[in-house]
Design a protein around this ligand. Sequence first.
Ligand code: NAD
Length: 257
Amino acid sequence: MANIVVTGAASGIGAATVELLRRSGNTVIGVDLTGTEIVADLSTSVGRTQAAAAAVEAAHGVLHAAVCCAGLGPLSSHSGGKLVSVNYFGTVGFLEELRPSLARAKQAFAVAMSSSSTSTQPRIPEKVVAACLDGREAEAVELGDEVGAIPAYPASKLALARWVRRQAVTPDWIGAGIRLNAVAPGVVDTPMTSGSDLDPNLAKAIDFYPVPLGRRGRPEEIAALIQFLTSDAASLLTGSVVFADGGTDALLRQDDW
Ligand code: NAD
């Protein structure tokens, strides 16, 4: 079957994705800060380069898919700048390093993890989004620190969604046979949203998010979508940002289309 690298493989959505893809017979190489095949810190450019080189080596030069789940949430104790460096630059830098190897597969897939907060959270700081998309990492991190983690989170995820839409349609990606898409989950029950280290009041506030389906998502539900996006069944999708949020985006932005 396929050689697939998954970042954020040790927890939550990444761990559920690793399990599902392995059960389907794929060779899956995990990347995370600890507890997986490749240990790397994707907040640094050295970490991204080393992780990508190790993944390509483990796949004997040909990767068929890359799934980037590594991320830090808005309720974590990390600074806004750290969120920007992991969520945006950790994904973009890693995927750019892997692109030549994905291109060698002729038909390949890449999935980035955006968030439904990009369309539901008010006052996303555009200056952070712009610095990310311009590749000005030091400035984006500084701006992320300035605005704080709660606004920096959707900014990093909005930049990622826009990066996916811009890049997916270029000769480098679709022209090289790589279908690049993003998933935008709503609230999913993982350590990011219900970990014991979170501020309990902020963690409770998440449930004020209106979800027409009536419950949080489960990591396996996002993993199933990722499996689809890394398969031939998704043959017409490129540059798509797929919302999987129990209806929140549709409810809050009904006619904003
Ligand atoms: P999680 O906290 O369970 O898992 C995230 C993983 O990323 C962890 O294993 C962590 O160690 C890893 N990670 C963090 N910093 C890293 C770094 N510097 N280098 C390498 N790995 C690092 O979170 P999750 O809920 O499974 O989230 C997965 C992705 O989905 C994230 O990108 C998150 O932003 C996104 N997302 C989650 C939700 C949600 O409600 N859970 C909603 C929308 C989007």
